[in-house]
Design a protein around this ligand. Structure first.
Ligand SMILES: C[S@@+](CC[C@H](N)C(=O)[O-])C[C@H]1O[C@@H](n2cnc3c(N)ncnc32)[C@H](O)[C@@H]1O
Length: 406
């Protein structure tokens, strides 16, 4: 009779997770690696199996709202490491974490050391109670947990060297800039026309200028700054729903677009290819910055299986909309089994022209921007616009976001 293998311990699983973070490049700075080796993150979510807590890609969802939207979690370790790398935290710093959970505040506390300080604020008292329990269980003395709406900043907490936002924001409230030191860094998952990137901003006077941005997913902001994307259904048969996710884009003519969806597909291919494991992210980020009316089309797997759309993604694929027609990003296999060609599928009277436009933008990206990094600048809304338009603009309530390419 063989004896069953003993279950791996939390320490063993943590070692595996740290190796995963190093191998994927999520943790590069040895101090970040040490922080992830030190924190017993499983104590924050005792209800979750150890192997999951220490899976670098696993986010432990702790709360959903009445409509099923996830509103709180302990983020995946890979995303936490990525943001902490972006923040470039030095010993002795004061760091504000927006959105609590426990483990991320502990990583930040490891980074600032005993002479530094971490303040973590969350709008939800159940979340802060969980974070408080974690801080008590782990014994960190340099973490303060507060309950409040971070739209108002962390009143009476003074100025921070770093602010790390761990909830998806569509805007930058003035309080965040006011509480950030000159040359301080703000790391924030910022949603721009439906696409969220965690961006490391450096404060330059009243502006924030990006130093780095990375693909990510986060639960949406609640409270006074809540600004969720709107969903417009193009096809509502149960199980095979297709909808446009709209984020400050013009309201779509859903009746006309639903009719267009029922019309034949008009595919157009760009000649631009991606390698098998290569991300769509840079090409899609270019599209977002180049085209104003580009909401995301989300579809269920059944909608694809039943031939209604060529792509199914719950998050959505970039879709160019104009009046009664639209075209969405698509891919097809090429003669090279390891490469995919980018293109678009049009629908409606103008569908082919819109698909041509997307294909043209893929060619522009490939020719001029494929290896480039954009600069994202945030200025307070209403800042006099004295310079000639230097980039694409997104206007939010508090701020103006500008995306500039080299
Ligand atoms: C992904 S969780 C935070 C995870 C945490 N940083 C960790 O240890 O991984 C996002 C949190 O943001 C909080 N949140 C949402 N809107 C907020 C707001 N306006 N002010 C403060 N917290 C907010 C939610 O309650 C949720 O707990």
């Amino acid at each position: 009779m063989t004896t069953p293998e003993p279950e791996p311990t939390a320490e063993q699983l943590r070692g595996d997770m740290v190796r995963q973070l190093v191998d994927t490049g999520a943790a590069r700075d040895p101090r970040v690696v040490d922080a992830f080796r030190a924190v017993p993150r499983h104590l924050a979510v005792p209800e979750v199996p150890l192997a999951k807590v220490y899976d670098a890609e696993f986010a432990a969802v702790t709360k959903s709202d009445d409509t099923g939207v996830q509103i709180s979690s302990v983020s995946a370790a890979r995303i936490q490491a990525m943001q902490i790398e972006q923040a470039e935290i030095k010993p002795g710093m004061r760091v504000l974490e927006i959105g609590s959970g426990g483990p991320n505040a502990a990583y930040l506390a490891e980074m600032v050391g005993p002479d530094g300080e971490v303040v973590s604020i969350d709008i939800d008292p159940e979340v802060t109670a969980r974070a408080e329990r974690f801080v008590k269980a782990t014994g960190y003395r340099n973490i303060t947990v507060l309950t409040g709406d971070a739209e108002d900043g962390a009143p009476e907490q003074g100025v921070f060297d770093r602010i790390v936002v761990t909830v998806q924001a569509a805007d930058i409230p003035p309080t965040w800039l006011a509480q950030l030191a000159p040359q301080g860094r703000l790391v924030v998952p910022l949603r721009m026309r439906g696409m969220t990137r965690t961006i490391a901003f450096v404060r330059d006077g009243e502006q924030l200028v990006s130093a780095d941005y990375q693909l990510c997913g986060f639960v949406p902001m609640q409270g006074a700054g809540e600004d969720r994307m709107r969903l417009f259904l193009l096809h509502d048969a149960p199980g095979e729903e297709i909808a446009l996710r709209v984020d400050g884009h013009p309201e779509p003519d859903t009746f006309a677009l639903a009719r267009a969806l029922a019309m034949p597909r008009q595919p157009v291919w760009s000649g631009v290819t991606l390698a098998g494991g290569e991300s769509f992210d840079p090409a899609e980020f270019w599209l977002m910055s180049a085209l104003d009316n580009l909401p995301l089309m989300a579809a269920t797997p059944a909608a694809r299986q039943n031939g209604l759309v060529a792509n199914a993604s719950p998050l959505g694929v970039p879709t160019l909309v104009e009046g009664d027609s639209f075209a969405y990003r698509a891919t097809r296999a090429t003669a090279d089994p390891d490469r995919w060609e980018l293109g678009a599928i049009g629908h409606g009277p103008d569908g082919e022209r819109l698909a041509q436009r997307l294909a043209e933008e893929f060619r522009t990206w490939d020719r001029d921007h494929r290896d480039q990094v954009a600069t994202i600048t945030v200025s307070p809304a209403g800042t006099p616009d004295d310079r000639p338009s230097a980039g694409r603009r997104i206007t939010r309530r508090h701020s103006r976001i500008t995306i500039t390419w080299p």
